[in-house]
Design a protein around this ligand. Sequence first.
Ligand code: AGP
Length: 609
Amino acid sequence: MCGIVGYIGEEQSAPILIEGLQKLEYRGYDSAGVAIYSNDGIIVKKFKGRLAVLEEHLNKNRISGTLGIGHTRWATHGEPNDINAHPHSSYGGNIAVVHNGIIENYMKLKEWLTSVGTEFITETDTEVIAHLVEYYYEGDLIEAVQKAVHRMEGAYAIGVICKHQPDMLVAVRKDSPLVVGIGQGENFIASDIPALLKYTRDVYFLEDGEMAVLTKEHIDIFNELGMPMERSVFKVTWDLESAEKGGYEHFMLKEMHEQPKAVRDTLMPRLDDTNRIVLNELSLTPEQLKKFNKIVMIACGTAWHAGLVGKAAIERFARIPVEVEIASEFRYRDPFVDENTLLIAISQSGETADTLAALREAKARGAHIMTITNVVGSRISREAQDVFYTWAGPEIAVASTKAYITQVVALYLLGLFMAELKGVMSRDEVATMVEELITMPDKIQHILDHQETIQETANKQLNQDHAFYIGRGLDDYTAREGSLKLKEISYVHSEAIAAGELKHGTIALLEEGTLVVAMATQERLYDKMLSNMKEVKARGAYVVAVTKESLKKEVEQSADIVLSIPNSSDILTPILSVVPLQLFAYYMAVARGADVDKPKNLAKSVTVE
Ligand code: AGP
């Protein structure tokens, strides 16, 4: 999604804005621009395409100025072109605005502004903000922004500068992330922390409806009613290196290699000296936990796949019914949720608009809200009553890998914790599972250390136009995740289907050489899987099978190539079986020359509906 950076201080703002925007490139964008306060007024430069185009232009045509705002746009209203790129200027040229989110009532505002003589030059919703602020501007930028914001509906994070107030940068947020960076004699705004880390680790998170007014020396925060607010400083503990490639060709490759550590970091602090699960971070009392008669999980994309695995684990361990629903569907469905429901919102970013809206819907119906998220201080973490952090570290690649694996681990921990609490599993049974969980990082490492066959297979299959992923039980869920990984980064059309469903339609699509990735890791079901693999092979499919070492020999007979993973009990296998699928998708994308970390049309966190 779009990225915002803003600077006010003593330094030249252009390079700081560009550098900040570079750190946000992972969010996905199609144009970039800056507005800089200079001796000649506010100068706006913006271009379609990569940030490098803007950077090159600014290198050749320097703009001097120590106040500025910058933006990378991911088009929603209006095609990606120079005109629709941000920042947007007001009709009088006095105001420049950058905006993330969507102004839902922009058509109404546009009609009204047009009726009072304003000419629009872009197709964007953002342009109305610039005109509104100018319309209300009578010498006080803060007041003008407040009045403008009162008329806006929807989601927004905005940065505003004014030609007549070179000592001020104003920012407001509602349902769209925005952090304020606290410097020495300089201050910043950004839509995500990596943009600020070179300059500061001290940040303020704005709450919904709040406005930050930045000068070189001060930051004032006001609530929706214009009342000054106190805010405590949040210290970012991770460093820029963890948000940089560190020698790997792509963030995705680096993040896959970080998975053993991410699993360890998520798991180990939650075990005491005797390996008993301790979830001190939860406010829920054992009595409350026992009271829930149902768990509902809401999530999108990869996080939804983690929820599916979590459902199987929690139902198996704790014998509590679990529903898993795509957040964008849940929010409009009039769902059965009440005070006896534990709602778990799973979100790497903690900012996904649909997940946030679904969470609010469930909260309004009385459910207890827990989130599993990777981003401390994110919107969802602040709205949930209980937060279970995955300690995966910053995930930059659009394709989620280490966050997924840690979400799955978090759900296993939760399931086992509840199982013991409810007396469904004995202390010893839980301990056996925990002991196995502890071995997982080394097993993931083993897969990462033996990835040659996966890469070779991907290289051989690079010309495929379609792929089908099949599996049963837990393998079905992992297959869905593998299929999503493949399509999102390599652009190979891919479908995941429960293996037993194949013959009810999809098998009609198989031809000589069609790629079928068959997951056969579940001992309980692998006989059935072998039959499905034979079915597809008989129709000419090229079968890449994923299985456990212990099943390899038999699986080999029904596959063209076998990618094996270390042995583990069926229920925990999804932690391992996803890794070859991630690597396969990665190497396919690389072989096909795709932009692995920034796939087209996608954004890292989807902060619009
Ligand atoms: C993952 O590879 C995807 N890019 C995407 O499906 C993602 O998982 C989804 O948008 C949810 O994001 P979240 O976890 O930040 O809420």
